[in-house]
Ligand binder design. Structure first.
Ligand SMILES: Nc1ncnc2c1ncn2[C@@H]1O[C@H](COP(=O)(O)OP(=O)(O)O)[C@@H](O)[C@H]1O
Ligand SMILES: [Mg+2]
Length: 424
């Protein structure tokens, strides 16, 4: 038998020893902790084992209730398969109902219930197999393998059990990794929530923050009687002291903002309108920094029950942070609204604020919502108190919404705020 060219390194060919392929596959997947690398390896191996020219791995996007194409292999994979499959698309629906690999060669009799549509969908995407990946009763993903080369009768009988074994290993690896990522995320969220609740943190932080300016004010008052005839001293020190007083005032205002924002008064509001007025608010600041603002508002946005003042505060805090992050070299600030349908069928509205600023260091990401966490200087134009995002987080929580952040150092940051559309 002539050896077939190998697509994946270290992998025996399909017609050689299936057991070796399976063991090798399991060993290769075990150390992978990056979902993208895992997905790549899975789709390449499944294609290789079935002699498919191309394949695409789709993963469940719970937030958008769809399956998103995450990894592809082969020349036409991206053109033959769509970027997303709705959760109620016949293909995932069929796989969810049967939890069996769907093959192009399945007899029509096998396709009784939801089958015929799924089979047609598979054909339209030039797929030979659709492989379900199940985790805890959920279809967490599916692999689409297409355009298999003509194979020997021996390979034809070997392929289905080999594919089934590989699919099982792939599913286990995907499920484990996705679950551990979910766990990590929810732990981080819990930690954050706990910190928010702690009034002690706020009080302690406040005390710490005002101690320095107070010390300097005290020193001035102590020294002033004996230095009252030294105009340089009086002039210099009064300037410093005045700055300190402003700083304390500023902090008090922020603390008041924070405590006032505990209970929102909800009213039925137009989010696009709100976004527009907040963007106006930072127009001047943005202009002076050569920041161009791009605003994209979804035309079909449902109205949302929210506290207008509070959500304004959220958006302005995020917009000001974005402009601060861009600094003086100029950049772009993109504000976008959109409608979101959760897997439960509930409708949410999302607002994205994306900047081309300095980005957030990985180590800082988990601290940005902490009270008094700031990377900005204490004084000057971009004076930071580190309470902006704490307030933002608190308000969003009170609205039963969500806030997420994605950032890449030197590239930029996107904050996404989403709010449930509650019945009026
Ligand atoms: N868009 C952004 N780009 C980069 N860093 C950001 C952005 N938004 C917030 N940060 C980081 O989070 C920190 C905390 O933000 P915030 O709570 O608003 O406090 P402050 O703006 O007073 O520093 C900032 O100091 C900054 O390091
Ligand atoms: Mg801020």
């Amino acid at each position: 038998m002539t050896p077939q060219p190998s697509q994946t390194k270290n992998l025996p060919t399909a017609s050689s020893e299936p057991l070796k392929i399976v063991t090798q596959f399991a060993a290769d997947l075990a150390p992978l902790t990056d979902l993208n690398a895992l997905g790549d390896h899975i789709i390449q191996t499944l294609c290789h084992a079935t002699a498919a020219a191309q394949g695409a791995l789709f993963l469940l996007d719970r937030e958008h209730a769809c399956y998103r194409r995450a990894n592809v292999t082969g020349p036409d994979a991206a053109t033959l398969s769509p970027a997303t499959l709705a959760a109620n698309h016949p293909l995932p629906r069929h796989l969810l109902a049967t939890n069996r690999i769907l093959a192009e060669t399945d007899a029509p009799d096998d396709l009784q219930k939801t089958g015929p549509d799924a089979h047609a969908a598979l054909e339209s995407m030039h797929g030979a197999y659709a492989v379900p990946h199940f985790g805890k009763g959920r279809l967490i993903g599916l692999s689409l393998l297409g355009a298999t080369a003509a194979s020997s009768p021996e390979a034809q009988t070997q392929t289905p059990p080999l594919l089934a074994a590989l699919a099982q290993i792939a599913t286990n690896a995907l499920d484990t990794l996705i679950q551990s990522q979910d766990l990590h995320r929810s732990l981080a969220l819990n930690k954050r929530t706990d910190r928010m609740k702690s009034l002690e943190t706020i009080a302690g932080g406040f005390a710490h923050e005002i101690r320095n300016p107070l010390t300097s004010i005290k020193t001035f008052i102590q020294l002033a009687p004996e230095r009252k005839d030294d105009p340089d001293f009086i002039q210099e020190f009064s300037k410093i002291v005045l700055g300190d007083v402003y700083r304390i005032e500023h902090l008090i205002q922020k603390i008041l903002d924070y405590s006032r924002y505990m209970e929102p008064t909800l009213a039925d509001e137009d989010v696009n309108d709100l976004v527009t007025s907040c963007v106006h608010f930072i127009d001047v600041k943005a202009d002076s920094r050569k920041v161009t603002i791009e605003k994209t508002l979804a035309p079909d946005l449902p109205r949302v029950m929210l506290d207008r003042q509070q959500i304004k505060q959220v958006l302005i805090n995020l917009l000001v942070n974005a402009v601060d992050a861009i600094g003086t070299q100029g950049g772009r600030l993109r504000v976008q609204t959109g409608k979101l349908v959760k897997p439960t069928g509930k409708v949410w509205v999302q607002i994205d604020i994306e900047d081309t600023g300095e980005g957030i260091q990985e180590d800082n990401l988990e601290h940005i919502f902490d009270p008094f966490f700031t990377t900005k200087p204490e004084t000057g134009e971009h004076e930071g108190t580190g309470l902006g995002l704490t307030i933002v987080h608190q308000i969003i929580q009170e609205h039963h919404g969500e806030i997420r952040v994605k950032s890449s150092v030197g590239v930029g940051t996107t904050f996404s705020v989403s709010l449930p559309v509650l019945p009026a």
